[in-house]
Design a protein around this ligand. Structure first.
Ligand code: DGT
Ligand code: MG
Length: 371
């Protein structure tokens, strides 16, 4: 096949776990548009469309240069007709009318506002929207019965919709570490999620807690949360007990990312020294603290590598790792273990590198998993 001088034919794996995806890339103009359509599909509970747009965006994130013409897309995987149409529109007109219409649509804006409340998922938001509720103010006026999580979401709506900074994540890490070490010296705390991938901001802070002597971590989480509560460091907490013993459908379906670790969904009350020093709270204007979403997950040491891989993300990277394992390797991967379905055996690993090796994949470090 003859190629024109400026045409580049790409060889790119179709699974996100086969590619390196840095945080900063060259195609945000396209990925922002595609990700908005993905978000809208998610808010309409259209999972197929959501993933299709996310995959298309993810491929463009991994490109080493900006897309300047449609020919630049030759040979790339995961770019369906619809995604190509959006890209073409942007190349030709500097924007996509479909994206703009979606962004302006009443339903998109309402669903985004409502699901932006901690504790409110797509189903609940959809029900409220059908009842004429479109934003936080409507919800407060409607005076509906809310669960404890949603009440917290309403109360701290502004704080919880403000990005969490890396500095805030590190401060919370120090607080969690102090609490954990006061109760179980030798325990290990790891910051995971987007911050481990190098993101500068996040919607929450995710931690894994373990102890090298397996079993010592049992019963730790309620004590840690009690320690924090006693020091007025929490605004909300809900512990989900582990459910390894009830794991009937093990190994889990590859599409599911829910795991069975003991964990706590919480909202921290993070003191902000700058706010306190300005004495802004004395005038009653703004508090000297910020509400921040924090997830703490307790992991038995032998499962740590799997949990670390499973909780580092990105979501699409995780999804494709599980899909790769199932479809290409006949294995089942989740945040607890890797199971070889043909040989009927678990494959042990004490590092993420070993898991990639079991899966026949080149190792990709956390900061290149921003698929
Ligand atoms: P963000 O929005 O800035 O917090 O971004 P991330 O990437 O930290 O996203 P987050 O916090 O929703 O989740 C972190 C990673 O952990 C993500 O790849 C998905 C994964 N994850 C979230 N919830 C669960 C869960 O229930 N079980 C497992 N195994 N993984 C989860
Ligand atoms: Mg996170």
């Amino acid at each position: 096949q003859r190629l024109t001088a400026c045409t580049v034919v790409h060889t790119m794996g179709a699974y996100a776990c086969q590619r390196k995806t840095p945080l900063e890339h060259h195609n945000t103009i396209f990925t922002d548009a595609l990700l908005l359509l993905a978000e809208n599909a998610e808010l309409c509970a259209n999972e197929g469309r959501n993933v299709a747009f996310k995959r298309a965006a993810s491929v463009l994130k991994a490109l080493p240069r900006p897309v300047r013409q449609m020919e630049d897309l030759q040979g790339l995987p995961c770019l369906g007709e619809h995604s190509q149409r959006v890209i073409k529109d942007i190349l030709e007109h500097g924007g996509s009318s479909e994206v703009e219409m979606t962004r302006q649509s009443e339903k998109y804006q309402a669903m985004k506002a409502l699901t932006g409340i901690f504790g409110v998922g797509v189903k609940t938001a959809e029900r409220w929207y059908r009842e004429g509720i479109q934003d936080l103010a409507d919800l407060v006026t409607a005076d509906l019965k809310l669960n404890r999580e949603q009440q917290t979401g309403v109360k701290y709506y502004d704080h919880l919709n403000m990005p969490v900074t890396e500095a805030e994540a590190r401060t919370i890490g120090q607080i969690v570490e102090k609490a954990v070490h006061a109760l179980l010296p030798g325990a290990e705390i790891t910051l995971t999620g987007g911050f481990r991938r190098g993101k500068k901001t996040g919607h929450d802070v995710d931690f894994l807690v373990t102890h090298p002597e397996e079993g010592r971590e049992e019963g730790l989480l309620p004590k840690v949360m009690g320690w924090l509560e006693a020091r007025d460091l929490l605004l909300y907490q809900k512990i989900n007990k582990n459910s390894y013993l009830e794991a009937k459908e093990w190994p889990a379906r590859p599409s599911s990312n829910m795991d069975r670790f003991e964990r706590c969904f919480s909202v921290f009350k993070l003191e902000c020294p700058w706010a306190a020093s300005e004495k802004s709270n004395q005038s009653g204007e703004s508090p000297s603290w910020k509400a921040v979403r924090v997830d703490i997950v307790v992991v038995p040491f032998s499962q740590l590598a799997f949990a670390l891989l499973g909780w580092t993300g990105s979501q699409l990277f995780e999804r494709d790792l599980r899909r790769w394992a199932a479809q290409e390797k006949g294995m089942s991967l989740n945040s607890h273990a890797l199971y070889d379905t043909k040989r009927k055996q678990y494959l042990r690993a004490s590092s993420e590198e070993e898991i990639f090796a079991h899966l026949g994949l080149e190792y990709i470090p956390p900061w290149e998993r921003n698929a």
